[in-house]
Design a protein around this ligand. Sequence first.
Ligand code: GDP
Length: 318
Amino acid sequence: MPDKTIDYDQPVFVAGHAGLAGSAIARRLRGEGFRKVIGVRSAELELRDSDRTWEFMAAHRPQIVVLAAARVGGIAANNAHPADFLSDNLRIQVSVMDAARRLGVPRLLFLGSSCIYPKHAPQPIRESTLLTGPLEQTNEAYAVAKIAGITQVRAVRRQDGLAWISAMPTNLYGPGDNFHPEHSHVLPGLIRRFHEAAESGAASVTVWGSGAPRREFLHADDLAAACTTLLRHYDDDDPINVGTGSDLSIAELASLIAEVTGYRGEIVFDPSRPDGTPRKVLDVSRMTALGWRPTIGLVEGIAATYKWFLDNRETVRG
Ligand code: GDP
């Protein structure tokens, strides 16, 4: 049902609309009735360039901005390129938020990440643990950039009185993911590795680290539904967690992916690869209090992502 209090003709800019999160959010906004959802490919607009970003946003005058653009990657990419993760994310955030501020955009949703929380935060992680302890080394640069983004949102709220908000999604996955063998996150990375092993009849598949770290995974479409819920109902200084509230070990995830991809060989672990943070599961009670619930189970979500991977084998990223 369309909500009569919402102007569905107001322009909404989804920065990062071609990415995993941004594409799901743009789809969801259109599905809910927003007629002017704007996106621009990075080949046409470099968001790190603040002058060009300003020109683009001044021309389109969005009333809502969803900042889902980011340089993202898995543990190996973060470990290998911390300077790029820090600089690119800071520049994207400052470009988009400064332009939005200059335009007085009344509503902006900034997407962070669950890696902003301290490495040894009590589990499940509450929003209030932000900045209470040291970060995980493997993604510290990325996390500091995202924490700067949260601080920028809060500062604009305080200084300009705009109703900007931040959401912290847990590890995302879904169609359109990055399946790069080295630089992706674990879930798409393992889909590709197990698929190729099943195809070639390999005797074993190597999974990085000990298999013991525990992670929580959220389908991008569930995140998108959370984002529109937040745009309707949330207006607070604090970032809000978006996750399922349940986790599993990397070894358990590997077994699930082996099952979905039809791989029947051995699974071996490579302890020379970093484990990263031991456990990362979010307390999502504030988000569920708004009436949102994740709807896509992990097995169903992995199967849908695997199907997308197979259907898009030629063009898949990575
Ligand atoms: P993180 O949540 O920031 O640590 O990001 P990742 O998704 O990259 O990694 C999650 C966990 O999965 C870490 O403990 C990795 O060592 C482990 N892992 C196991 N195999 C892989 C793989 O093939 N790719 C990635 N990215 N991680 C893997």
